[in-house]
Structures are given as C-alpha cells and as structure tokens.
Design a binder for this molecule. Sequence first.
Ligand code: ATP
Length: 520
Amino acid sequence: MSTTTVKQLTGEERFRNIISHAKEYGFIFQSSEIYDGLSAVYDYGQMGVELKKNLREYWWKAMVQLNENIVGIDAAIFMHPTTWKASGHVDAFNDPLIDNKDSKKRYRADVLIEDHVAKIEGKINKEVEKARARFADFDEAMFRSTNARVLENQQKIDQINTLFKDAMEANDLEGVRQLIIDLEITCAVSGTRNWTDVRQFNLMFSTQLGSVTEDSSTIYLRPETAQGIFVNFLNVQKTGRMKIPFGIAQTGKAFRNEIVARQFIFRMREFEQMEMQFFVKPGTELDWYEQWKATRMAWHRSLGFPESRYRFHDHIKLAHYANAACDIEFEFPFGFKELEGIHSRTDFDLRNHEQFSGRKQQYFDPEENENYIPYVVETSIGLDRLFLATLSEAYTEEVLEDGSTRTVLRIPAFLAPYKVAVLPLVKKDGLPEKARDIMNRLKLDHLCLYEEKDSIGKRYRRMDAIGTPLCVTVDHQTLEDGMVTVRDRDTMVQERIAIESLAAKLQDKVSLQRQLLCLI
Ligand code: ATP
C-alpha cells in the first residue's frame, strides 16, 4: 500500500471545495442555473440522486423495516388549510428578522444571538483544551465547575439565554433588539450596529387552490411532513390495528421561506425531511424521548464518522408544542449545526386537530380499558443536511507518495452512488465485451458503471472522485485465466481475483444487511 497524506484544509476551504466538487461530479446543481439560479433551491444530479436515495433507504429500513411497530405513509404535500391553523403554523411559525441599515443585510435575530453565545462557548472550550494539555489527570467536570474564567463565561451564557428566552416567550421583539444592541453584536458585512426593529416573518409559502380567484382558497406548501402523519393517525391505527406504542414514518418534501438562506444545501427553501412520530401513553413520553435520543444517535454513529462530530444540544426555547426537545448537531465544515431534531410534542397536535376538526383523535387502550389522546415523540431529520454531512465527511484531498494528488469521496461503501466500476484496460481485443459480460452479471444487484474512455489511471481517479468503492479492471490476461484486478477506493490496493468470486466480494463490501445488523 502506498503512503498518502491527507491535505489539511481550513473549514472554509473545505466547504468551498466540496461545493465545487459536488457540481463538477454531478451531485448537486444550482436550480435553474441557466437563468442564474434560484436562491436556496438546488437540484440533485445523477450522482447526488443515488446517494440521496441510499441515505433515505438506510433511514427507512432502520425505522420501518427493523421496527415491527413502525409503519410508513406518504401523505400529500397540500393539506386542508385548517391543518396549519390547528398546528399553530399560521400564527406561530415565524422567525424574528432584523436588518442592518448600513449593509441592508438581513439576519435572523435568534441566530445572531446564538452565534454570539457560540463564540463565548468557544472561549470556554479553549480554556478546557489548554488545561487538558497541561494536566495528565485532567477532570473536565471539576475544571468547569471551579475555574473562574470558565464560570464567568458560563454565567454570561446563562444570562443571555434567559433574557432571550424570556423576551421570545413574551413576544417582546423590542427586548430582543435591545439584547442584540447590549451584546454589541455587529453586522458581519458593514461592521456596524445600526439595526432596524425586529419583526416576525411567517415562513410558510402560500398559494391558491382552484382556478377562479373568487372560488379559490389559500393553501400552504407544507412546512413539515409531520402534520400529514397526525391527520392520518387514526386511519393508520385502525386499518393497521396498531397498538400503542407505535410509530408512523414518512419522507417527503417540505417548504420554508427561510429568511437567511445560505450555506449551500444546509438551509434550503425546498428540502426533504424524514420524520417519525411515535405515539405513546401519556406520562411515558419522557422515557421514550430518552430512548429515541439514544436510538437516533446510535443510527448516526453507525455511519462510521468520528464520534467527535456529533453532540446533543438541548433547546432552551421550547417550541409551542414541546415539553422536551433537543437537536443532534453535526460538525459541518462551518461548525456544529442541527442535523436532526428530537421533540417530545405532547398531545398538542392531536388535541388541536380534534378541536379544529370536531373529530375525536383518541385511542382506546385495551390494557388500561380507557380512551386517551396519545402523546408523541418525534424524530425529524433533514435528508439534505444528512447528505451534506456525508459529503463533508467523505471529501478528502490526498497527496500520494509520488507527489501527485487525488480527491476521494470516502462515502460509506453501502451508500455509494455506484458500487462498482467495470473497466476494460483497452477499447479493443475483446476486452470491452468481456467487461460488459461481467457487468451484466453484477448489475441485477448493484448499480454498476462501465467506462472505457481515458487511461486506467485517470479512470481510477474519476471513480475515487465519485466515491465508487471498487473498480474491476479487465485485461488481456483475463481472457486467458478468468481473473480480474480489483482495486479498493480507500486503500488503492489491487488484487487479482477470479470472476466467479466477484459477486461475493462486492456483496461483502457494500452489504446493507450487515450495516442494518449493527442496529439490531
Ligand atoms: P433550524 O433551526 O436549522 O432552522 P429547525 O429547528 O427549524 O431547523 P425542524 O423544524 O426541527 O428544524 O426540522 C427538522 C429537520 O429538518 C432539521 O433538523 C433539519 O435537518 C431539517 N431542516 C429544517 N429546515 C431546513 C431547511 N431550510 N433546509 C434543509 N433542511 C432543513
């Protein structure tokens, strides 16, 4: 095996390179690019769609196939407009926005404050790391509870969080503005503190149902997939004879008119969610909440990315429907950000749907011999953010022993867009025919790529760049002894194996079953 060195890039460089790589190799394109694009809307290309599909499938199998008490649905994007009254979205699905008068740049007020808090947290972490490097028997908990500078900064954070939470709960937008001014937060563009008032902005897109204006009514593009599950709760429970506790899973598009849309596919106006609502007996929800936190973190960890990339973040400002909530955050190239939300949503949604629809949303519990509205624990992950996390972790620039460089996507093999590439060494002498023959044996089970253009070295690099775990090369010797060269993407090690053993080798390399087994 040759020695390689991984190029060290700053987060910013990494992110920039990932974005251009995603475009160059057909993972992600800007939407309607020929018209200069549409802000915060993206299209998945031929590679992206495969990776996205594989991620979705891994989630679906882990949630639905491995859990007897979870079933899936696919609800429509359009829903009766009263749905969004009942869910609270018409009245409360707002973000507080603020503009800088000098740069005219628009920000989310809560994000400005969160970023400020993150900076203070960064200072604390630096102190901790410095101390850790100095003392062999370092006890972090003890250090955090005794070091004066850490305590002072922690106090600052607690104070800011309380002020912010109180202001938001009282809908005191002037209070939020004052906090931004008191914290001396400046605009990243103009560098000034010349802020407008804070205003609430509803994130739902609306449109008209019906062709004639007078008859039409306003409907919304769903801002979350969850409500499609709630309104079908009894349909599924009754037709599926489901017993509490049980879950309903769904994947699908959601739409939000985000104020600040940036960071590539991290924050989009049209995105895909993978949600599961778990219906439980009232009073048991917080136990289930803890259980789902652990289960979902284990699922993320099963992807094999470093443990240090993940952390839980408890919500300080609980949404109007929750009695406990946290995020699983991932360290993207631009820092730790929310990847998945886990929320204990109480009976808020079902109770409101009961009230607004006039239809009972109750479950008869045969064991307790009573009717009740179940409580709900939700797990909600953005597929696009999961995609970005996977891409960020997989993207590696390497310098090889001979000084040349390669860019490789170390995507977990079972998720890779193409599982294998079949490459005839030259475009003649019967090698393409042999290669096609091999490909035909493999393509019933796996997505395979055939490529005969360019030198074999160039083709290997191209396969590295799209994350293909194995390359199979057919050469003249193959025609004589029925052996092929198999090259591994990550180690670049090549071995000769018999064509008969290829299917088993490939299956072993990309097995989804083995991956799922880790979760049972
Ligand atoms: P954020 O605080 O980042 O705006 P959120 O707390 O509003 O996210 P939720 O309503 O909990 O997000 O949605 C569940 C998941 O949907 C999020 O964890 C995220 O992965 C995904 N998601 C939400 N908004 C977007 C978006 N604009 N673009 C891409 N994914 C999103």
